[in-house]
Design a binder for this molecule. Structure first.
Ligand code: GTP
Ligand code: MG
Length: 464
């Protein structure tokens, strides 16, 4: 955050410029947390809202998770407290007594930043900053911050920046007021004029639109690269799941590669794809991608659409669950919610649940999981990416699922319809090309359920 009174286009000494809200307008992803030599002195607050009716175990898991989130970037954590909230106050989220108490604690510990595990409205954020005297960030901002630190590829960096800007756009007014206070204004100077805010809005909009165009360009290039000729005929299988569930470990186990897998939230941001041979030599393209989390900011999901394309285009989805985590049921629901938001319909794209980390659960619990798996309506395979247990069964299940849903059809394509033949190569598995003559070729293709509609629209009259 810049505390200089610089407006819109002023350049900072490091070549970045300051934008509305006092946030650096650099080329990299936005940072809400000041980059400085010493780690920011930070205090964590986990509000427990009574009306949310969260079980004690789930509240504990959420508390731990928030702590891990905050610890995954460079901050000096001075404390972490639960604060019981009877009814959420629209003005400041917490009651006034609680805000005063926080102000005392923060002053005593010389806190610079408080992270609150909830989504705050801009008004609540401002009032809390005024009431406690420290900078306040909510869960959304923290997650955006983590993504900002992790983003390594060009696409990742652009996507995170886009998400940051969209988040900021809704907070433009707040940010200005906040900045005024930081400048030590006495109030009589007045806030920025409407014209200035409008100008800043326009500047943000322009930057957002530039970013969207750049991301789209990268996405198109990637879509072309994703389908080199030797990969085209193979079905796509995507790993999805809560962050830290073991997607990358499983990816490595299945493909023999070495993508980063570590005990860290959001270790993976970018998508990796590799070929894998199934037991009967059928080949698939497997993709590893970014993990999900409870209350994943909508700005991030929107910005990461390009990265998540492997998931939306998949023929089969592997939903990896860490069954050794006490909260795995809630996590699974969150993941299904995000998938739904991405437009994935389990009736069209089959989902196999991969119950991972069984090496960490006790014998009794394992038995219980086996029972549950047998009675549950979903397709589940119990595995351990760490020991390799269950991997053979998983591969067999993928093969079975791919075969189940698809149909093999013969279709005649007149040569004048060259694009129709490329459509078959792009969206079906071409098993055979036969009987070519001067005018036409017959194709034998395997069509997955998700492409059946498109296939019938194009070829209904030419099926033999
Ligand atoms: N004991 C055990 N640990 C596992 C297993 N699978 C993954 N892990 C560990 O769990 C942690 C997270 O694994 P990752 O593979 O990075 O998880 P991820 O789902 O890719 O996580 P993000 O990329 O952060 O979303 C790592 O420390 C792994 O070593 C397993 O089957 N058993
Ligand atoms: Mg990963």
């Amino acid at each position: 955050m810049s505390t200089k009174g610089s407006r819109g286009n002023d350049k900072n000494p490091d070549g970045t410029s300051t934008v509305p809200g006092g946030v650096e307008f650099s080329r990299g992803p936005r940072a809400f947390i000041e980059r400085k030599r010493t780690a920011t002195r930070t205090f964590l607050i986990s509000p427990e809202v009574k009306s949310d009716n969260v079980s004690p175990a789930a509240a504990r898991a959420r508390f731990e998770e928030f702590s891990s989130l905050a610890r995954s970037i460079r901050l000096e954590i001075l404390g972490h407290e639960k604060v019981a909230v009877r009814t959420m106050k629209p003005a400041s989220f917490f009651g006034s007594g609680q805000v005063e108490q926080m102000a005392r604690t923060f002053a005593l510990k010389n806190v610079e930043l408080a992270l609150i595990d909830t989504a705050l409205t801009p008004v609540q954020q401002r009032n809390l900053e005024n009431g406690t005297g420290v900078k306040i960030l909510d869960r959304t901002a923290l997650i955006l911050e983590i993504f900002g630190e992790r983003a390594a590829t060009r696409e990742g960096v652009l996507q995170v920046e886009l998400a940051h800007l969209n988040y900021q756009r809704s907070r433009l007014v707040r940010s200005w007021t906040h900045l005024e206070r930081q400048r030590g204004g006495f109030g009589f100077l007045g806030g920025p004029g409407e014209t200035q805010i409008e100008a800043d809005r326009r500047q943000l909009r322009e930057r957002i639109s530039t970013l969207e165009k750049r991301i789209e360009k990268i996405r198109k290039t990637r879509a072309m690269q994703r389908k080199p000729r030797d990969m085209v005929p193979f079905p796509m299988v995507a790993l999805v799941g809560y962050t830290n569930a073991g997607k990358s470990s499983l990816f490595n186990r299945l493909t023999g590669s070495g993508v980063t897998a570590r005990d860290q939230l959001f270790a993976t941001l970018d998508t990796t794809v590799r070929k894998v041979d199934l037991p009967h030599k059928k080949r698939i393209i497997l993709s590893d991608t970014v993990g999900f989390i409870a209350d994943l900011p909508t700005e991030l999901i929107a910005a990461f659409r390009a990265t998540l394309e492997e998931v939306t285009l998949a023929d089969v989805i592997l939903h990896v669950r860490d069954v050794s985590n006490a909260n795995h049921e809630t996590q699974a629901r969150e993941v299904m919610g995000v998938l739904k938001g991405l437009g994935i319909n389990p009736d069209i794209t089959p989902i196999i649940e991969v119950w991972n980390k069984i090496d960490l659960v006790g014998e009794g619990e394992l038995e219980h999981l086996h029972d549950r798996s047998e009675t549950s309506p979903s397709d589940n395979v119990l595995v351990s990416a760490a020991t390799g247990q269950g991997i053979k069964e998983l591969l067999a299940k993928i093969e079975e699922t791919l075969a189940e849903g698809s149909r093999i059809l013969q279709v005649i394509v007149p040569h004048e319809n060259g694009q129709d033949a490329s459509w078959l190569y792009n969206f079906c598995e071409v098993l055979e090309q036969k009987d070519p003559d001067d005018e036409k070729t017959t194709y034998s293709v395997r069509v997955s359920p998700r492409h059946m509609d498109g296939f019938l629209k194009k070829f209904a009259g030419n099926i033999i």
